[in-house]
Design a binder for this molecule. Structure first.
Ligand code: PEP
Length: 259
């Protein structure tokens, strides 16, 4: 964790929740963040689309921001089932996750589509959290760097418009997502340093200010070790974000790892 980059911890709720359960979870998150130095860590939660208004209302006066899990690459029009960046902004979202590996793998999202979604979101004033990461097969065949380089290079057109406060990359090795098997601190640090160097190489002049989150089976027990690494600036949290206690413990670990 670097002193110059404020860590960020983002909960990706995926397709989980209901109105009653969300109310309990959001209230637990609110209570938990109240005891954490807000200057030391940013916090956001990303519920499914139908619950964004609920989260935005509950979190309105709080430091916890709201994000969505996907956005259309198009501004508006005849795109049935899609949700635009402007709609997310209007609902109170500050962030949107793009290019999650579940969408890349199951829904066939390409690097180009991910970049187009991110561009559209940035144009609407949203912050983007762009997910990259290799599969187990990629890692076993020594293709991790090649895959990360390809995914990062697809973002080159965003280099000029990327405000480091609003442009975040999440390194999520696919083999670590939801598996209980996190990357080691060394594996994660090496990938993060590679991503940062890659951003710089394709024209992100503020690469040293861009936050790179780690995602993949982050739990209270392994968060601190990961967040202490010099290029890991917080986390994108899946399963553990569905428990307020676990999520808050991870947020606290990020706040403490600062500096
Ligand atoms: C994710 O899906 O973004 C994720 C990191 O999930 P988990 O923490 O459950 O591995």
């Amino acid at each position: 964790m670097s002193e110059t980059r404020k860590p960020l911890v983002v909960g990706n709720w995926k397709m989980n929740g209901d109105l009653a359960g969300n109310a309990v979870l959001l209230s637990g998150v609110l209570t938990g963040v109240a005891g954490i130095d807000q200057g030391a860590v940013g916090v956001a939660v990303c519920p499914p689309f139908p619950y964004l208004s609920q989260a935005a209302q509950v979190l309105a006066e709080s430091p916890v921001q709201v994000g969505a899990q996907n956005v259309s690459a198009f501004e508006n029009g005849a795109y049935t089932g899609e949700v635009s960046a402007a709609m997310l902004s209007e609902l109170g979202c500050a962030w949107v996750i793009v290019g999650h590996s579940e969408r890349r793998a199951m829904l066939g999202e390409t690097d180009e589509q991910v970049a187009a979604k991110a561009a559209q979101a940035l144009r609407s004033g949203l912050g983007v959290i762009i997910c990259v990461g290799e599969t187990l097969e990629d890692r076993e065949q020594d293709r991790t760097q090649a895959v990360l380089a390809r995914q990062i290079e697809a973002l080159a057109s965003l280099a000029q418009q990327a405000d480091p406060n609003k442009f975040v990359v999440a390194y999520e090795p696919v083999w670590a997502i939801g598996t209980g098997r996190s990357a080691s601190t060394e594996q994660a640090q090496a990938a993060h340093a590679f991503i940062r160097a890659g951003l710089e190489a394709i024209g992100f002049r503020a690469a040293s200010k861009i936050r790179i989150l780690y995602g993949g089976s982050v739990k209270p027990a392994n968060a601190q070790g990961l967040f202490e690494m010099s290029d890991i600036d917080g986390g994108l949290i899946g399963g553990a974000a569905l428990s307020a206690d676990d999520f808050i413990a991870i947020v606290r670990a990020a706040a403490l790892a600062r500096g």
